[in-house]
Design a protein around this ligand. Structure first.
Ligand SMILES: Nc1ncnc2c1ncn2[C@@H]1O[C@H](COP(=O)(O)OP(=O)(O)OP(=O)(O)O)[C@@H](O)[C@H]1O
Length: 854
């Protein structure tokens, strides 16, 4: 057989190898049955190319490494660039897809997609032990190849421009191999200088070996779209699973950068599948599995023996080292580490720490004073590793005490007295928020000592402010913990009877404001501001967790018998705007618990807006007092729904509803609003709450649609009040000038108030007010009522013996005769009245209403 025929045979063998063996990737090398088909599963990665000034630029269009050659091929026909670029360097973080891309390149060639090259040799550097000439045979060719290494070598020498060497993982080339191999000569063009070489390595490793390469690419992983695409490909046999996982990932706080790493992405798919199509119950389990798989992958790569599923002690030691490094780094706000220092400090463990795959290397930004450092694949990994390290200390008897001390310190409960609790806990929250959250997830029931400490501090709290803050924190942390239900048993008995998520300040804001910014450098402030804005999002999670924690506490306290003499939550003050950050399911749990919780006496709902359901917070039994303070615009339907919900609660004694702003009727969608419905609902609520003693409704600012005039009509409501046997206080206040041409007959209202005063024998305070007040005058609109009606009302007022306060503003239109009647009444007010006032309304348009005939 001649050399050329033999070379054809080699080419055929290589193609066969790449189309068969390299057709699949094994993401978990120890798991033989997990083989992903490259042709179907390969997902586009994002690449960047370094420009002449040392900056990486987006190159957008390249889809796989084959495109690098595709592009240059095109250029060749026009400008002969083809000959100048022969050595290409590709870098990327661990698991980012370097090997996979190389495999794809070889596979593409074998399928005829890259016939610009006659021969492609794909060599894995970690298996390289000698000269390239022999390694080709060792790694790629069958034993009975019909060509000798020398013959093949001379063929390569003769066809250099048609030969591509793909050299994967130069960073994995062993020291022994380095001493004997000529692969570096090949990369540096010292041999076969016209051959094409594409060499990959982890970032900034083997820099000297690669500095002469003509082009430099960096793989930056999946875009959000790519990562979803991969998930769909992974689940191509059950597309609905893919959709479900994508949805779960979107609602989970798993960082998109983490899913952007193809290895992490595939691990998430594997873990999700193994876990009955659920993301592990906690993020901590997911990270635990990812870290474990990365470490196992390293063992397989390095031929380090494992016992069963357990990691060998050297690897556990390296993971502990990484945890300590993470923790110390976070303490110093350090995300990058000097490699030399790690090697000095961690001795023999350093090698495994650096190469396991959790750290990636990079250079400092400075081009003048370059140092090589390493960093975790993502900050979240660093935070997770720090928490993993501390929880490791807590769970090991020999280091437990030290671990617990660490934990308490991180949560802002150090040994010794704390002078400014608010400052200490908020600064710790600011600095350690993620580690705190991880710890609560990893420790589970092992966080008992921490919650015991919270309970002690709660008992020691001196002021209401301290108690509110500590209760808020405890409840929020119960909601974060994966053993929140159990831990609630420890803290619940020490919580005060009044709990609230309204602190008057945001913990994370407070810590920021508490820092001495003048002492910080500008860069530091900018960095902190950036971090601060991400933390703002976290603060929403804090409130969502508070609701979850509250559910744990209520579940525990519901089980307590009434005779149990521990203190239970009786008063809730809730900023409802945070409900929006809660998930539907969590809200359902809370609603169920609250509806069965009969120990609640009062609930105050603040900043309630029409998107927030009120229902979950009004227990069906036991509640005595409901206060709603809303600062948002609210529509008519929400008024109605609030009243309906109040009607269904049993035995309420006190209801206060205050809206700072109201848009009723303004909304174009509400043109056909029937405001008599409002009166009906108000009346129903009063009728169904037989124990009601106090009812107050106030809107302090409103814009009205002309139809709102009907809002003045409270006849049904007043009928119910006249029959009520307990109601002592009723106040109704509605502002707004009614600008329209229709008139309002106030007669029926005046008549109903009259009847109410005649019939009711319990009411002590009745305040009714409409219209806006400017100076001493009240402007309402074109109302009308006869003098006879007013005279009847005056008589009823004189005869009523129970009322102590009566104020009616804006309802009765101004006229001289009416003014006289009223001043007479006031002058001779019966002795039971402490306050008696009837203010008439003026019209903004018409001076003398008497002149208008009806
Ligand atoms: N483009 C891709 N499409 C689909 N899956 C991919 C892709 N890139 C990587 N993967 C998946 O991620 C796993 C890890 O990728 P790969 O081994 O190529 O990473 P690497 O960058 O070579 O990592 P290391 O530096 O640790 O060797 C692969 O086994 C594969 O399952």
């Amino acid at each position: 057989m001649g050399t050329s025929e033999a070379a054809d045979d080699v080419i055929a063998c290589l193609k066969y190898l790449y189309t068969t063996e390299y057709e699949h990737v094994r993401p978990l090398p120890w798991c033989e049955d997990l083989n992903l088909h490259l042709g179907e599963g390969y997902t586009n990665l994002q690449f960047k190319e370094m420009d002449g000034r040392g900056h990486f630029q987006d190159i957008g269009t390249i889809v796989s490494l084959a495109d690098i050659y595709g592009t240059r091929e095109g250029e060749d026909t026009q400008g002969n660039v083809r000959s100048s670029v022969r050595k290409i360097r590709v870098e990327g973080a661990p698991g980012i897809g370097k090997s996979c891309s190389c495999q794809k390149l070889a596979h593409d060639w074998s399928c005829g997609k890259l016939d610009r090259f006659k021969v492609v040799f794909f060599l894995e550097m970690r298996h390289l032990a000698g000269k390239v000439k022999y390694e080709i045979f060792e790694q790629l060719l069958p034993k009975d190849t019909k060509i000798t290494p020398d013959q093949l070598w001379s063929y390569i020498q003769d066809n250099q421009d048609d030969v591509l060497f793909i050299l994967d993982g130069l960073d994995e080339l062993s020291q022994e191999a380095r001493e004997v191999t000529d692969v570096l000569d090949l990369i540096q063009g010292k041999i076969l200088r016209n051959c094409h070489v594409l060499v990959t390595s982890r970032p900034y490793q083997c820099v000297k070996d690669l500095e002469k390469c003509h082009q430099f690419y960096k793989i930056v992983g999946y875009s959000g779209k790519n990562s979803e695409e991969f998930i769909h490909k992974y689940f191509c046999k059950s597309p609905e699973s893919g959709l479900e996982l994508v949805k779960q990932l979107q609602s989970n706080s798993i960082s998109s950068e983490i899913v952007g790493n193809p290895l992490n992405n595939v691990l998430i798919c594997v873990v999700w599948e193994d876990n009955n199509k659920k993301l592990p119950s906690s993020k901590a389990e997911l990270y635990r599995d990812i870290v474990h798989s990365v470490a196992k992958r390293f063992c397989t790569k390095k031929n380090i023996q494992m016992e069963g599923g357990n990691l060998p002690p050297t690897i556990e030691e390296a993971l502990r080292g990484l945890g300590k490094l993470s923790l110390e780094g976070l303490d110093q706000e350090q995300l990058q580490f000097d490699i030399d220092e790690i090697t000095k400090k961690y001795g023999t463990t350093a090698d495994n720490m650096l190469n396991m795959g959790l750290l990636t290397r990079d250079y400092s930004f400075s081009r003048i004073k370059r140092t090589c450092y390493c960093a975790f694949l993502h900050r979240t990994f660093q935070e997770y590793m720090a928490a993993r390290y501390i929880s490791g200390l807590v769970m090991d008897w020999s280091s437990r005490e030290q671990g617990i001390k660490y934990v308490c310190h991180l949560f802002g409960f150090p040994d010794g007295t704390v002078v400014n609790r608010k400052l200490v806990v908020s600064c710790c929250r600011f600095k350690w928020i993620e580690v705190q959250n991880w710890l609560l997830l990893i420790l589970g029931e092992n966080s008992r000592p921490l919650f015991q400490r919270f309970a002690e501090e709660l008992q020691k709290a001196q002021t209401d402010e301290d108690r509110d803050l500590l209760s808020f924190l405890c409840i929020m942390w119960l909601g974060t913990s994966c053993a929140g239900g159990k831990m609630a048993e420890i803290v619940a008995p020490c919580l005060s009877q009044r709990v609230t998520n309204v602190l008057g300040y945001d913990l994370l804001d407070f810590a920021f404001a508490g820092d001495d910014c003048e002492m910080m450098e500008t860069g530091d402030i900018i960095h902190r501001l950036g971090r601060h804005s991400t933390l703002r999002r976290k603060s929403r999670d804090d409130h969502a967790n508070w609701f979850v924690g509250l559910a744990h506490v209520l579940a525990f306290q519901t089980k307590l018998s009434l005779s149990h003499n521990t203190s239970v939550i009786q008063h809730l003050i809730i900023d409802c705007s945070h409900i929006l950050s809660m998930q539907e399911e969590q809200l359902g749990v809370l609603e169920n618990l609250l509806s069965d919780y009969n120990k609640l006496r009062s609930v105050t709902l603040c900043a309630f807006n029409f998107e927030t359901p009120l229902r979950p917070f009004i227990p069906r039994c036991g509640i005595e007092r409901v206060v709603i303070r809303n600062e948002c615009f609210i529509d008519h339907m929400s008024f109605i729904s609030t009243l309906k919900q109040l009607s269904t609660a049993s035995a309420i004694e006190h209801v206060e509803i205050t809206y700072t702003a109201c848009m009723a009727g303004c909304n174009l969608m509400e043109r056909d609003v029937d405001f008599t419905e409002f009166d009906r609902q108000f009346a129903d609520m009063i009728a169904s709450q037989s124990r009601l003693r106090y009812l107050r409704f106030e809107v302090s600012w409103a814009q009205w649609h002309p139809k709102t005039m009907l809002f003045c009509n409270l006849t049904d409501t007043l009928h119910r009040i006249s029959e009520h046997t307990r109601l002592e206080f009723f106040e109704f206040r509605l502002p707004g000038i009614i600008i329209h041409d229709e008139t309002f007959d106030a007669g029926p209202m005046v008549l109903t108030i009259t009847e109410c005063l005649q019939k009711n024998k319990v009411l002590k305070t009745l305040r009714l007010g409409w219209g806006n007040c400017y100076g001493n005058k009240i402007y309402m609109g074109k109302a009308y009522c006869s003098d006879e009606s007013l005279s009847g009302l005056c008589a009823a007022i004189r005869e009523n013996r129970t009322l102590e306060t009566l104020v009616v503003e804006g309802l009765i239109p101004h006229s001289k005769r009416k003014a006289k009647m009223i001043s007479e009444l006031i002058r001779n007010k019966p002795s039971n009245y402490k306050e008696l006032s009837i203010k008439m309304s003026e019209s903004p348009f018409v001076d003398d209403w008497e002149s208008i005939s009806f």
